[in-house]
Design a protein around this ligand. Structure first.
Ligand code: PMV
Length: 313
């Protein structure tokens, strides 16, 4: 056990193509967003103190031994300790995150990844990226109900991924033929993933053929996008983003606010834009092939809470 503080972090993520359909076995593409991050600092505590968690942004403090079984932060710690074969250490974990909560940028998965990494280093273990991904996946089940596994994968690997279903043994890391630039636009309206995912599941039970056909169309867009990303033909991605957004509207997971941000981004020069993540609120993502400053200004004017510019490479 370390006698000094240890800090770990994990980035945010954005889904570029394929959200929702990925829960039903179609592929999806996601990229890490390194401009935002969750951080966990673990500090030794006096003998017998046990483990406490302090979530600074949520003004939450809890002791592991008092936390209910399904409290996500405590669950991440207990699950990691079990995996490492370690007893509860005397320590305090302080968590901070610049990733908007329930904004489609993977804040829950990033917080879990930062905790798991910090705890492992503090106890003298090193975890592979696969192990981090698997541990975080278990916590994601609390947040999401039936997660596809894409969030934990891209956040643990910190690389663009082409993801097919949670059973895929190893995620396929995407090689990016030429860097391209995205604007990630936070609508400022939180949208819990679990609600949207279960709404889509209800619709799918009522109309499996209709939704199955939509999911397959989304899957076809994702496969085509993969080819363009690998060959460095970012120009072709814009149209595919527009098409993916249209299909998500048909699926019923967009909102007037997200549609408006998509329109504003396009009118200000984005070559494609779509909602990103579960929808209902949260973020859109726009492809920028020239200087993004006009689009950023227009989006802020249209009410975006935050615009993050990131380059995928
Ligand atoms: O809202 P987010 O960013 O956590 O994205 C969820 C993505 C879904 O495809 C809707 C669900 C999933 O588990 O893949």
């Amino acid at each position: 056990m370390s006698d000094r503080p240890i800090q770990s972090s994990a980035p945010g993520k954005a889904i570029l193509f394929g959200e929702h359909a990925v829960v039903y076995g179609q592929p999806a593409i996601a990229v890490p967003v390194l401009e935002v991050a969750a951080r966990a600092v673990i500090v030794p505590a006096p003998t017998g103190a046990g483990l406490s968690l302090v979530a600074t942004d949520l003004e939450e403090r809890l002791r592991l031994k008092d936390a209910p079984p399904w409290e996500p932060l405590a669950f991440a710690v207990r699950h990691a300790l079990r995996h490492l074969g370690e007893p509860e250490p005397d320590a305090t974990i302080v968590i901070r995150s610049s990733i908007p909560i329930a904004g489609g940028l993977g804040s829950g998965a990033a917080v879990s990844a930062a905790i798991v990494r910090a705890l492992a280093s503090f106890l003298g273990h090193s975890l592979s990226r696969e192990e981090v991904s698997r541990l975080v996946f278990e916590v994601e089940k609390i947040h999401h109900g039936t997660p596809s596994g894409i969030d934990n994968t891209v956040i643990a690997f910190e690389q663009p991924v082409y993801f097919v279903g949670r059973e895929s043994a190893r995620p396929e890391l995407l090689s990016v033929g030429a860097p391209f630039t995205l604007l990630i636009v936070d609508s400022g309206r939180p949208s819990p993933t679990k609600r949207l995912v279960s709404r889509v599941r209800g619709d799918w039970h009522r109309d499996p053929d209709g939704l199955g056909a939509l999911f397959r169309q989304i899957g076809a867009v994702v496969r085509e996008a993969r080819g363009h990303i690998e060959s460095g033909d970012a120009g072709a991605l814009g149209l595919l983003m527009d098409e993916n957004h249209r299909l998500l509207i048909e699926l019923g997971v967009s909102s007037p606010t997200l549609d408006r941000l998509v329109q504003v981004a396009k009118a200000a020069g984005a070559s494609g834009a779509k909602l990103s993540g579960a929808g209902g609120g949260g973020c859109i993502v726009a492809l920028i092939e020239t200087d993004g400053s006009d689009a950023i200004k227009a989006l802020r004017k249209a009410g975006a809470a935050r615009v993050i510019q990131t380059t995928v490479e």
